[in-house]
Design a protein around this ligand. Structure first.
Ligand SMILES: Cc1cc2nc3c(=O)[nH]c(=O)nc-3n(C[C@H](O)[C@H](O)[C@H](O)COP(=O)(O)OP(=O)(O)OC[C@H]3O[C@@H](n4cnc5c(N)ncnc54)[C@H](O)[C@@H]3O)c2cc1C
Length: 431
């Protein structure tokens, strides 16, 4: 099929900014990290006016529309077969607006590695996620569980204003007093309200962080996992951890990356020491590194559908025996990650943003990879499904009403639905 001939002529403002099948740039732009796709066109605006023009053009085609910042979304929704992708990678400026108040403006198409790199000379950092290639737009409209999550909170908790192109092409600046409902929805449910072109975010003072890589053997009865959760519950907020459970022959290795928001090893060592005691120690390294080393520019790469996978997640408060055993059983059937939340995340009232999960302290993430599919993920997750409470949109690879009900439960869900209808009455961003 000649896709291009079916598309209307592009307006002058988009000349050279539309990539269709046959264009040599198409191969690098068609897909996302998890999904190979065949869009009819990818539009490459370079500024807000370009986004408005791209959106108008995309709407005129009557095809599904996908919005992409970094293309790392696990559900693969930032590309669309036969539709039009608005790719924001050209909007990637990063600017310190005011060093004294640590206010930073970041455009949606920048990658978090670039943000860390740009802020580092100012002695500033924004806790985002664990990967430098993740885009600003997807992460900062969903949540942002970063390396400093227990001391800093979620990325969205530090967003002070946003610039959004709404479905009708209007450009709106939203903050706590102007368009407060839009500002509320963008922080957790942003993918359904419009195209966020830029965020103003309050960074934190940070040059170095302590990083420990600890590997212990995880006992199958769940006691090691339980002890990890207990250590974290009692630990100062400077400590955040990310854990991967890896079956290795008859044993399961618990690989812990512990990050301490402190600039001296004298402070870092005692905080990570209890983690070395929770199981038979297999490996143990500790260092101080500049924050950008945690989300390095070495992560930057094009997304070509190279990592097909299916992911789901849920949150836990505490870790009882049943939950810990369920985590261990799941680890035998899927890749299981445990991420610290809690701490500063839970200082924010649940109704303040569209991310309402403000009392839990662990995020459990399960992924399967081809040839395993949805049935394998369901089987792996079955023991955890009734034990978790809520879910985080950005670690969810599945879509649909059941997923939305877990991500946006109760009153949050009703308010999100109202905001999505109000700002995007035709549902073009929800298609
Ligand atoms: C390897 C890897 C590591 C990760 N690590 C972490 C982590 O440590 N912490 C964490 O919190 N998350 C993590 N994530 C999840 C990540 O936050 C989400 O996948 C996020 O949505 C990716 O953002 P993106 O801009 O790259 O995604 P995209 O694929 O471009 O977009 C994802 C979704 O957001 C929407 N969207 C994108 N940009 C905008 C915008 N400007 N305005 C409105 N909607 C938009 C898209 O339409 C799509 O629905 C990780 C993902 C991967 C693949």
């Amino acid at each position: 099929m000649s896709e291009r001939s079916e598309l209307a002529r592009v307006p002058e403002s988009l000349t050279g900014r539309i990539v269709t099948p046959g264009d040599r740039r198409y191969a690098a732009l068609r897909s996302t990290y998890t999904r190979r796709a065949t869009p009819a066109a990818v539009l490459l605006p370079q500024d807000t006016a370009g986004v408005v023009a791209a959106l108008r053009y995309a709407r005129e085609q009557g095809r599904p529309i996908a919005v992409r910042s970094g293309g790392h979304g696990l559900a693969g929704t930032s590309s669309v077969d036969d539709g039009v992708v608005i790719d924001l990678s050209g909007l990637n400026r990063i600017e310190v607006l005011d060093r004294a108040s640590r206010l930073v403006r970041v455009e949606a198409g920048a990658r978090w590695a670039e943000v860390a790199q740009t802020l580092s000379p100012y002695g500033l950092a924004i806790s985002s996620g664990d990967h430098g290639n993740v885009g600003v737009g997807g992460l900062a409209t969903g949540g942002g569980v970063g390396w400093l999550v227990r001391s800093y909170g979620l990325t969205i908790d530090h967003v002070r204003a946003v610039e959004v192109v709404l479905a009708d092409g209007t450009v709106v600046r939203a903050d706590a007093t102007r368009e407060p409902e839009l500002f509320w929805a963008v922080r957790g449910a942003g993918a359904g309200v419009g195209i966020v072109v830029a965020f103003e975010i309050e960074a934190t003072e940070l040059r170095q962080v302590g990083v420990a890589q600890i590997a212990v053997e995880a006992r199958p009865d769940g006691s090691t996992v339980r002890q990890w959760a207990e250590v974290l519950r009692g630990a100062p907020r400077e400590l955040s951890t990310a854990v991967t459970l890896m079956p290795y022959g008859p044993v399961t290795v618990m690989s812990i990356t512990a990050v301490v928001a402190a600039e001296s090893l004298r402070r870092v060592r005692p905080l990570v020491a209890p983690l070395r005691e929770i199981g038979r120690l297999l490996d143990d390294r500790i260092d101080l590194v500049p924050y950008p080393a945690l989300v390095p520019t070495a992560h930057l790469h094009p997304n070509l559908g190279q990592q097909p996978s299916l992911t789901t997640n849920g949150l836990l408060t505490g870790m009882d025996d049943g939950q810990a055993r369920a985590v261990m059983r799941a680890a035998g059937r899927a890749l299981i990650q445990l991420r610290s939340v809690g701490g500063a995340v839970n200082d924010v009232p649940p109704e303040e943003t569209a991310y309402p999960h403000r009392h839990q302290d662990t995020l459990v993430v399960a992924s399967v990879f081809p040839p395993q599919g949805p049935a394998a993920l369901d089987a792996a997750w079955s023991g955890l499904a009734r034990r978790v409470e809520g879910a985080y949109v950005n670690f969810e690879g599945r879509t649909g009403p059941a997923v939305l009900a877990r991500v946006y439960p109760g009153e949050t869900g009703r308010r999100v639905a109202r905001a999505w209808r109000r700002y995007d009455p035709d549902g073009i961003f929800r298609a």
